[in-house]
Design a protein around this ligand. Structure first.
Ligand code: FAD
Ligand code: NAP
Length: 336
C-alpha cells in the first residue's frame, strides 16, 4: 500500500483531465482494505484504470487506486474453467490470457480499457457480448461494514451498461475479485453477429473463426476506429445507446427512414453515435474538446480541455439530440 498527497489526476484518467487529488492510496493487496477500514467509512472514491470517469473538480475525498494482481484457475471440468481474477488486473491482459489458453467467452471484449474490478460496475459490453454472460460471481468489500461479500451473477442485477453497483449499491462496495466461467475450445460458441466482425472474417476468408480470430478481428476494428486515450484523451462512448418504445421509434423512422436500429426485447435500441452525427457533431471541435472524427459518440480531449469543457460539450450534444429527435441521451461516463 502506498499513500501519497497532492497528485495531479492526469495519469489516472483516460480523458487526461488535470485536477488535484488530495490523498491517493494505492492498494496492492486486498487484505490492506482491513488496515484502512476507518478511512473507507468516509467518502472514498475508487479508481481502476480511470477510463470511465470525467473529473470536473479537485477531489478532496481519498482516492483508492486498485492495483491488486492475480489470475488463477480455481475449478475445471471438461468444458469449463472458473477463473478468479484480482480487481487490479488490466482487463485486456485477462482477455489475452484467456485467448492464449483457448478459453472462450471474453474474446469479443478485447481491448476494452480499464481494470477487471470495474468491468462488472457497468457490465462492460461490446460486439454482442457482456461480462454478465460469463460472470460467475464476484467479491466486494462493503466500505461501511468493513466485510467482504460474495455476490452471485443474478444478485448483481446486470442490465445494459448497468448493475446494482451503478444503481442502488452505488459507492457502497469495492469490488476485489471477479470469477469468470470460461468455456474450453470445442465447447465454446463463437459470437460473430456484429457486421464489423463479419467483414473482417470475410476479408481474411475465415469460415470457422477460432477464439483468437475473433479477438484479433475486434482488436483490428477497435484500433482502426477508436482513439487511443494515450494519444487523444477520451472515455469511449460518452452516452449510452437509447432504448425507446416502438411507438416513438416509428415516429422518428417516418422522418429518418435510414436510421439504424436494433431490437431490444419489446423496445428498440438506437445508435447514439448516429443521432449525434445527424446533429452535425461528428468530428466537430470546440476549443480543445469535441467529438472523434470516426465516432461521434466519443467525446475527446485534444490537449488541454478541462472536465468542465468536456461536460459542457456533452450537455450541448444532449440539447441538440433532444431538440432534433426528442430523445434524452444518458451519460455512460461517471461524472465526478
Ligand atoms: P474507472 O474509470 O476507474 O471507474 C469507473 C467506475 O467504476 C467509477 O465509478 C469507479 O469508482 C468504479 N470502480 C472502478 N473500480 C472499482 C472497484 N474495484 N470497485 C468498485 N468500484 C470501482 N466500456 C464498455 O462497456 N465497452 C466498450 O467497448 C468500451 N470501450 C472503451 C473504449 C475506450 C477507448 C475507452 C477509453 C473506454 C471504453 N469503455 C468501454 C469504458 C471503460 O473502458 C469501461 O467502463 C471500463 O470497465 C472502466 O474500467 P476502469 O478500471 O477504467 O474504471
Ligand atoms: P458500431 O458498430 O458503429 O454500431 C453502433 C451501435 O449499434 C453500437 O453501439 C451497437 O450497440 C449497435 N449495433 C451494431 N451492430 C449491432 C448488432 N448486430 N446487434 C445489436 N446492436 C448492434 O459501434 P462502435 O461504436 O464501433 O462500437 C462497436 C462495439 O464496441 C459496440 O458493441 C459498442 O458498444 C462497443 N464500444 C463501446 C464503447 C464504450 O465506451 N461503451 C466504446 C467503443 C466501443 P451496442 O453498443 O449495444 O453494442
Amino acid at each position: 500500500m502506498i499513500i501519497e498527497n497532492q497528485l495531479s489526476s492526469k495519469p489516472y484518467n483516460s480523458f487526461s483531465a488535470d485536477v488535484d487529488l488530495q490523498t491517493v492510496i494505492t492498494l496492492n493487496q486486498k487484505e490492506e482494505l482491513f488496515l484502512i477500514s476507518d478511512i473507507l467509512k468516509n467518502d472514498v472514491k475508487v479508481i481502476g484504470g480511470g477510463s470511465n470517469i470525467l473529473l470536473t473538480r479537485d477531489i478532496n475525498e481519498t482516492v483508492l487506486l486498485i492495483d491488486t494482481k492475480g489470475i488463477e484457475v480455481i475449478k475445471e471440468s471438461d468444458a469449463y474453467v472458473l477463473v478468479s481474477i484480482a480487481a487490479g488486473e488490466v482487463w485486456h491482459d485477462v482477455v489475452v490470457w484467456a485467448v492464449e489458453n483457448n478459453f472462450g467467452g471474453i474474446e469479443n471484449l478485447s481491448l476494452i480499457p480499464g481494470k477487471t474490478g470495474a468491468a462488472p460496475i457497468q457490465n462492460i459490453g461490446a460486439y454482442g457480448v457482456e461480462i454478465k454472460d460469463v460472470l460467475h460471481s464476484l467479491k466486494a468489500f462493503h466500505k461501511q461494514e468493513g466485510v467482504e461479500y460474495i455476490f452471485q451473477n443474478k444478485e448483481c442485477a446486470f442490465g445494459y451498461r448497468d448493475s446494482h453497483f451503478k444503481g442502488q449499491w452505488k459507492g457502497q462496495f469495492i469490488i476485489t475479485e471477479v470469477v469468470l466461467k470460461l468455456t474450453k475450445e470445442g465447447h465454446h460458441k463463437i459470437n460473430s453477429s456484429y457486421g464489423a466482425i463479419q467483414s473482417v472474417l470475410e476479408r481474411k476468408a475465415i469460415d470457422q473463426p477460432s477464439i483468437k480470430d475473433i479477438s484479433d478481428a475486434v482488436i483490428e476494428i477497435r484500433q482502426s476506429k477508436l482513439p487511443d486515450p494515450k494519444v487523444i484523451g477520451n472515455a469511449g462512448s460518452f452516452f449510452k445507446n437509447p432504448i425507446i418504445e416502438k411507438e416513438q421509434f416509428e415516429k422518428i423512422l417516418d422522418q429518418h427512414p435510414h436510421m439504424p436500429s436494433y431490437p431490444a426485447g419489446e423496445k428498440v435500441k438506437l445508435a447514439a453515435g448516429w443521432l449525434i452525427d445527424q446533429c452535425g457533431w461528428k468530428g466537430k471541435r470546440v476549443g480543445d474538446t469535441g467529438t472523434h472524427k470516426h465516432q461521434a459518440l466519443v467525446i475527446v480531449n485534444h490537449g488541454n480541455a478541462t472536465g468542465d469543457d468536456i461536460l459542457s460539450v456533452s450537455k450541448q450534444i444532449q440539447l441538440d439530440v433532444k431538440s432534433k429527435f426528442d430523445i434524452d441521451l444518458q451519460p455512460e461516463v461517471n461524472i465526478w
